[in-house]
Design a protein around this ligand. Structure first.
Ligand SMILES: [Cu+2]
Length: 277
């Protein structure tokens, strides 16, 4: 299981000279595919199956720090610098090899530098579910513009308890959006209007969401094709710097759920809301 436990930045995970099968993205089983590397950002998870089919020996496990610019965006690099970036290594050791030697293997030159999520065409859910139409406002149920208004929560007075007590006078600083009605498709357009010049791994609690579109620049409904056919689902998805991500979810999980950027300090820069359904 590969877990993006980094505080910031994109890594490509690879095991030198080996290929592996990817079978789960976040918590969603996918049609397995074979690769020699996978890109992962904070909070994302993958289940992979590695076949130990190479000569007995020692091989580097590498988390390659991605410093490349997103090709469609001339301004943003997806990472800040990392002082230790050439040393994020583990050892994949076979029985019968020298158990103390360090590997001398090299990363495949075919693995290039890039930013963003794994190619959606690789992440085909094992159980095909098509997203239905949203009922509100030309299929766009809500547009959340990410902007520097910081969420402020009172931990001793949680939103869920307020709802339970039928007290709906929630403080505006707790950034609450109400999603209704129940058991319908809700689409969210998330637009980065910040100038923090960074990519954002957005994470939702309580749902796997279907990713209908991702792109750079402002979301223009007439110009963006929302793909609803067996889209990949996950709970952590990239919002490109200055760009948009369109997600869909079925409102079938009552509660108050946080949606936030996984880069902790971005939360205090405005990238957190709660949705109540
Ligand atoms: Cu962020």
């Amino acid at each position: 299981r590969i877990i993006g436990a980094q505080v910031d930045g994109y890594f490509k995970f690879t095991i030198d000279d080996h290929r592996f099968k990817v079978v789960v993205a976040d918590f969603v089983p996918i049609v397995p595919y074979v690769t020699d590397n996978i890109i992962i950002v904070s909070g994302q998870r993958y289940y992979i199956v590695v076949e130990a089919n190479q000569p007995v020996g020692n091989y580097w496990i590498q988390a390659i720090y991605q410093t490349g610019k997103f090709t469609l965006n001339q301004f943003a690099a997806c990472n800040q610098n990392d002082d230790n970036k050439s040393n994020i290594l583990g050892v994949f050791r076979y029985n019968g090899s020298d158990q103390t030697a360090l590997p001398t293997t090299k990363v495949s030159p075919k693995i290039t530098n890039s930013c963003g999520d794994e190619n959606p065409s690789n992440l085909v859910p094992w159980v095909a579910i098509n997203v239905g139409g949203a009922t509100v406002l030309d299929n766009i149920a809500l547009q959340w513009c990410v902007f520097p208004f910081q969420i402020i929560l009172n931990w001793s007075d949680p939103t869920t308890r307020s709802i339970y007590n039928e007290d709906l006078s929630l403080p505006s600083k707790s950034n609450v959006y109400t999603v209704k009605p129940a058991n319908k498709w809700a689409y969210w357009v998330i637009q980065d209007l910040t100038l923090v010049n960074a990519f954002h791994p957005l994470h939702l609690h309580g749902h796997d969401v279907y990713i209908l579109a991702q792109g750079k620049g402002p979301f223009v409904p007439l110009l963006v094709n929302l793909n609803t056919v067996n889209r990949h689902q996950r709970d952590t998805v990239t919002l490109y710097d200055g760009g948009y991500t369109v997600i869909a979810m079925l409102t079938d999980h009552p509660g108050s759920w946080l949606m936030h950027c996984y880069i902790a300090w971005h939360v205090s820069q405005g990238l957190a809301i709660q949705f109540v359904e």
